[in-house]
Ligand binder design. Structure first.
Ligand SMILES: Cc1cc2nc3c(=O)[nH]c(=O)nc-3n(C[C@H](O)[C@H](O)[C@H](O)COP(=O)(O)OP(=O)(O)OC[C@H]3O[C@@H](n4cnc5c(N)ncnc54)[C@H](O)[C@@H]3O)c2cc1C
Length: 413
């Protein structure tokens, strides 16, 4: 039996952990219910080839104003402030400097058009230059940034993120997922492998049905992803239809990571980077030997990530190795081994990568973030109007929802 708390938090990802941190010391009892057998949700550092690899979030985006940076440094986690290698193309392989400058110029012009003269349709694709040779490149970047094609991205939503971003990107050496999981206050009661099946409103309490019994809380903070809220794994009361509707307007895109192990001698230089094919919207992008580790991180977005999910792990690894062999020469095949891969789309309690607003639907973030009846509060990256799709946006949303719940319970006593 799980004790009935003042506040139940659904989900132990960055948002749920942020909410628990805000509630610590409030004097209220808090219970966290988490479907997965681990903490962190879409933040997850795994050990592979003896080194920490982030299968979900890896970068402290807007790191100079990212609250996780301060939490890391206060709790003894080392933050690496070195430059990200993304802008580089190792030895210009497959993408010479002049072409990179032209492609980057096309991206900058598109971003500028989006901010200065946003399309009336609010479709980010409608700011593309039809005569440009870099459309596949821009679609690949959209896959990495938003997890989906520009046709399905709200220009207004994208521009709000872009305007708020400081473009400073740092890393936690032990892994972003390690930091986030370690940041849950120690005295919070957490129940892993305990999926919420149904929510109902029971007198002045919220009844939360789980396989371990029904938990009755004075308030609940719900941090499940938009794909979960829009799906049928949690039975929501009809009163929450507008929240489910808002979640459907903010779908998760697709992003997956594949890690390859490097064995023996190889041409791979530490902290280097390659875009696989700038003319393929489904291309992988390769971060080579992060921190000097013997691994390559292949990041897939949009069409590339959907293909990996559809075709399976072995095919996805084979494709990544083929792409690297085309750039480095076929001899590198002998020193690359499939190591570990994410499956965010296939994880039932997650269902994808990170949220983007569909064209015309940027206001759905505010609609999703509204409390219901002074006892249901909504958090999660998708509820942040500027820092959505990030771990710090998730943290801030949890802090916000917890403050709302505290205020509501204080009024109710
Ligand atoms: C491949 C990838 C790369 C990324 N890279 C970055 C990056 O570099 N930097 C960055 O800032 N962000 C990045 N992100 C995004 C970032 O990871 C997320 O925005 C953030 O972790 C979301 O946190 P959250 O708490 O909102 O949601 P989640 O992490 O999804 O947490 C919600 C939790 O609720 C649980 N849950 C769901 N349903 C139930 C239920 N019925 N009962 C109980 N529990 C339930 C889930 O299991 C989950 O643990 C990346 C994400 C991916 C997938």
């Amino acid at each position: 039996m799980i004790e009935d708390p003042d506040i139940a938090i659904i989900g132990a990802g960055a948002a749920g952990i942020g909410a628990a941190r805000r509630l610590a010391g409030s004097g209220l009892s808090v219970v966290v219910l988490e479907a997965l057998p681990r903490l962190g949700g879409r933040s997850w550092t795994s050990q592979a080839a003896g080194v920490p690899v982030d299968l979900g979030c890896g970068w402290l985006h807007s790191a100079d104003r990212n609250p996780w940076t301060q939490i890391a440094e206060q709790s003894g986690f080392k933050v690496d402030r070195g430059d990200a290698a993304w802008g580089n193309q190792f030895r210009d392989l497959g993408f010479p400097a002049s072409e990179r400058a032209a492609a980057w110029g096309a991206f900058a012009e598109w971003s500028e058009r989006l901010a200065a003269t946003p399309p009336a349709s609010d479709r980010a694709a409608d700011a593309l230059d039809p005569a440009s040779r870099w459309t596949a490149y821009l679609q690949a970047l959209s896959g990495f940034i938003s997890g989906d094609e520009l046709e399905r991205i709200s220009a207004r939503d994208y521009a709000a993120y872009d305007a708020a971003s400081t473009n400073v990107n740092w890393r936690v050496v032990a892994g972003y997922g390690t930091l986030i999981a370690a940041s849950l206050p120690p005295d919070v009661s957490v129940h892993l492998s305990t999926p919420l099946k149904a929510i109902s409103l029971d007198g002045r309490r919220v009844a939360l049905d789980t396989p371990a019994g029904t938990v009755r809380a004075r308030a609940a903070i719900i941090t499940a992803s938009t794909n979960v809220l829009a799906g049928d794994t949690i039975a929501l009361p009809p009163a929450l239809d507008p929240w489910r509707d808002a979640a459907m307007r903010l779908p998760l895109g697709n992003n997956e990571k594949l890690f390859l192990e490097i064995v023996g001698g190889s041409p791979f230089a530490p902290e280097s980077h390659l875009l696989g094919d700038p003319f393929d919207a489904a291309t992988g992008t390769y971060y080579i030997r992060p921190f000097g580790y013997p691994v390559i991180e292949c990041f897939l977005g949009g069409a590339g990530a959907r293909a990996a999910a559809a075709d399976g792990r072995d095919t996805a690894f084979a494709r990544a190795i083929d792409q690297l062999a085309r750039l480095f020469g076929s001899q590198v095949r002998t020193c690359l081994r499939p190591l570990i891969a994410s499956d965010w789309a296939g994880t039932a309690s997650i269902g994808g990568a990170y949220s983007h607003a569909l064209p015309g639907q940027a206001a759905a973030r505010t609609a999703l973030a509204r409390p219901y009846d002074g006892r249901l509060f909504f958090a999660g990256e998708a509820t942040h109007t500027t820092d959505f799709s990030t771990a710090h946006g998730a943290l801030e949303s949890g802090t916000r929802a917890a403050a709302e719940a505290l205020a509501a319970l204080a009024l109710g006593t």
